[in-house]
Write a protein that binds this ligand. Structure first.
Ligand SMILES: Nc1nc(-c2ccc(Cl)c(S(N)(=O)=O)c2)cs1
Ligand SMILES: [Zn+2]
Length: 262
C-alpha cells in the first residue's frame, strides 16, 4: 500500500506523503555492511588481485528498453553482456543499468570519494552466473559504480538516453533508446584499470548485503545540459509535481570493513 512503500527523503518530507523515508527503510537496511559509503582513498588497501575487467558485449549497439521505475531511470540489459576478472569469484552477467542524481553538480552521487560527491552515479547491476562452486549469498550481485561529473563537452554516448527521458516522465512508463552501446557511455577503457572494491548492499530496500561493489576512479563526463535533462524531464509521481532528483541514499557507516583499491 502507499503507506508502506519506500521512498527517498525528498519524497518523505512532502506534506501528506505516506511513503517511508531512508531512516525507516525495511528489510536489511539497518544491518552493518550497508551501501553507499564514503571512500577514503588514503585508507584503501592496494590489492594486486584487482586486475582490469574484461567487458564482454559492452560494445554491442542495441535499442535498449528504458523505464521510469519511480525510483530511478533503468535500462534493461537482458543477456549477452558480462564481466570477467576484477577478482570476482565468477563471471557476472549485466541485468540492468540505472542512475542516481541531484540537480546540483556537487551532490547526486551515492558514494563519495574523499568526501566529494559527484553530480550523478551510474550503476550497472550484474548477477553471478551459474558456477560449480556453491557461493555464499554475499556475492550474488556485482555492481559497477561510475561517478558522473558535468562539464562543457557533450557526451555523444549519453545522448540516446538523454533524448529518451522525456518519453518516460511518468513513473512506470517505458520507452526505448535509439542505437547505443554501454561502451560509448563509459570512460575510455584504458582509464578503467583504477577502481575501489568493498563488500556492501543494495542502496535501495530491502538493502540485501549481497553486493560486491566496484567504484571506478575515472568519472564519466557529460554536458551540464545533458545532466539537467534528468531532473527536468523525469518525475517521481504520475501528477508530475515532484521532479525526480536526489534519489540518493544517505552514506552508511563503513564499520569493520576494509576498502581495497586496484
Ligand atoms: N526499484 C529499484 N531497484 C533498484 C536497484 C536494484 C538493484 C540494485 Cl543492486 C540497486 S543499487 N542502487 O544498489 O545498484 C538498485 C533501483 S530502483
Ligand atoms: Zn543504484
Amino acid at each position: 500500500t502507499e503507506d508502506s512503500h519506500w521512498c527517498y527523503e525528498i519524497q518523505a518530507k512532502e506534506p501528506n506523503s505516506h511513503c517511508v523515508g531512508p531512516d525507516q527503510w525495511p528489510g536489511n537496511c539497518k544491518e552493518n555492511q550497508q551501501s553507499p559509503i564514503n571512500i577514503v582513498t588514503a585508507k584503501a588497501k592496494s590489492n594486486p588481485r584487482l586486475t582490469p575487467f574484461i567487458f564482454v558485449g559492452y560494445d554491442k549497439k542495441k535499442q535498449w528498453q528504458i523505464k521510469n521505475t519511480q525510483h530511478s531511470v533503468e535500462m534493461t540489459l537482458g543477456g549477452g553482456m558480462c564481466i570477467i576478472g576484477g577478482d570476482l569469484p565468477a563471471r557476472y552477467e549485466a541485468i540492468q543499468l540505472h542512475l542516481h542524481w541531484s540537480e546540483m553538480s556537487d551532490k547526486g552521487s551515492e558514494h563519495s570519494i574523499d568526501g566529494k560527491h559527484f553530480a550523478m552515479e551510474m550503476h550497472i547491476v550484474h548477477k553471478k552466473m551459474a558456477s560449480s562452486s556453491k557461493g555464499q549469498d554475499s556475492d550474488k550481485l556485482a555492481v559497477l559504480g561510475f561517478m558522473v561529473e558535468v562539464g562543457t563537452k557533450t557526451n555523444k554516448g549519453f545522448q540516446p538516453l538523454v533524448e529518451a527521458l522525456s518519453r518516460i516522465s511518468k513513473p512506470h512508463t517505458n520507452s526505448t533508446v535509439t542505437e547505443c552501446s554501454l561502451q560509448d557511455m563509459l570512460p575510455p577503457s584504458d582509464k578503467l584499470h583504477s577502481y575501489f572494491r568493498y563488500q556492501g548492499s543494495l542502496t535501495t530496500p530491502t538493502c540485501d548485503e549481497t553486493v560486491i561493489w566496484t567504484v571506478f576512479k575515472e568519472p564519466i563526463k557529460i554536458h551540464k545540459d545533458q545532466f539537467l535533462e534528468f531532473s527536468k524531464n523525469v518525475y517521481y509521481d504520475k501528477d508530475q509535481k515532484l521532479n525526480m532528483k536526489d534519489n540518493v541514499r544517505p552514506l552508511q557507516p563503513l564499520g569493520k570493513r576494509q576498502v581495497f583499491k586496484s
